[in-house]
Design a protein around this ligand. Structure first.
Ligand code: BJW
Length: 258
């Protein structure tokens, strides 16, 4: 950290935190880096060393080679068993508990670590890594005209990926892939939080993926102070009033302590 400059930035952001009636926090993969979860644009390792996320996290990739994409997710799910929230997740959750209703947490992460730390009302823009859904609309649901009659994902036949014995539909992770719509209600709630907040913290995201990154622009245009927290430059640095350079597990406890 740049010790000559950063104490004043820290004090400035702490003041904004204290003064803000409404705070929105947009998190990305970097907030979980210190828990041991690889970020997306880190070099992928092992089996996945030669693939970019944009080549795996699409419906097209899954339809072309379901086993390969399923295995990528299976590996990531297995790795989650050993992962715990870090001091950054905990600082956010404790602030929410001390200040009910003041901080809206919007995350692009699918790892559930904010909830594990105790955060409430987390707006998960890109879904949940640990949940499955059918790849195609369930044929039985269409035949019977309602959700109730849809084949039960819990009854899928184990496989890579698991499938429905009745209609051969495949399971896929309930995450948002490139080219897919974000859950409309969650995106609307995130846009609302961005448009009414006094302060937005943009933490651990490269700011490359939309519409999530657009929330920071929206907050700035609506008059909020915007602060980027990241050890590296990001695509949202120019949107921010201030940048705090360094890992979020160090900065968030300092910023959010009473
Ligand atoms: C630390 C740290 C430490 C490290 N502390 N920090 C406008 C312009 C251009 C393109 C588009 C646009 N609008 C939409 C698009 C298309 C597309 C898009 O954005 N493409 C871009 C690549 C350009 N968006 C979409 O397709 C979205 N859907 C959509 O727009 O629907 C409408 C539509 C439909 C059809 C046609 C047209 C429009 C959907 C996006 C879904 C993203 N899904 C993924 C995968 C989720 C499932 C999974 O987990 O596999 O979400 S991709 C991946 O990127 C994942 C992440 O949530 C997301 C963001 O990544 P994030 O979190 O920023 O991670 P990194 O790795 O990029 O950065 C980590 C950061 O941490 C770095 O900055 C490090 O420095 C930092 N860091 N250590 C703090 N200790």
């Amino acid at each position: 950290m740049n010790r000559a400059q950063q104490p004043s930035s820290l004090e400035q952001v702490r003041l904004w935190v204290q003064q803000a009636r409404r705070i929105a926090v947009l998190t990305g993969a970097g907030v979980s880096a210190e828990s041991g979860v690889p970020t997306f644009r880190d070099a992928q390792t092992g089996l996945w060393a030669n693939f970019r996320p944009e080549e795996l996290a699409t419906e097209e990739a899954f339809r072309r080679d379901p086993r390969r994409v399923w295995d990528w997710y299976a590996e990531r799910r297995a790795a989650m068993a050993a992962v715990r929230p870090n001091a950054g997740h905990v600082a956010l959750a404790e602030f929410q508990q001390r200040h009910p209703g003041r901080l809206t947490l919007i995350t692009q992460n699918v790892d559930g670590l904010h909830q594990k730390a105790g955060s409430m009302g987390v707006l998960e823009l890109h879904g949940d890594l640990m949940v499955d859904r059918w790849l195609n609309p369930c044929l039985n649901r269409d035949l019977h005209g309602g959700e109730v009659a849809a084949c039960n994902t819990a009854a899928a036949v184990p496989g890579r990926p698991p499938y429905c014995a009745e209609c051969r539909n495949l399971l896929r992770p309930a995450v948002v892939w490139f080219g897919e719509m974000l859950p409309p209600g969650i995106l609307a709630a995130a846009e609302h939080a961005a448009s009414v907040c006094d302060l937005m913290l943009v933490v651990g995201t490269s700011g490359m993926v939309y519409p999530a990154a657009g929330l920071a622009v929206q907050a700035r245009q609506a008059g909020a102070q915007v602060v980027v927290i990241n050890p590296e430059p990001t695509d949202l640095d120019e949107v921010a009033h201030l940048r705090l350079t360094g890992p979020s597990a160090q900065w968030l406890p300092l910023l959010l302590a009473d």
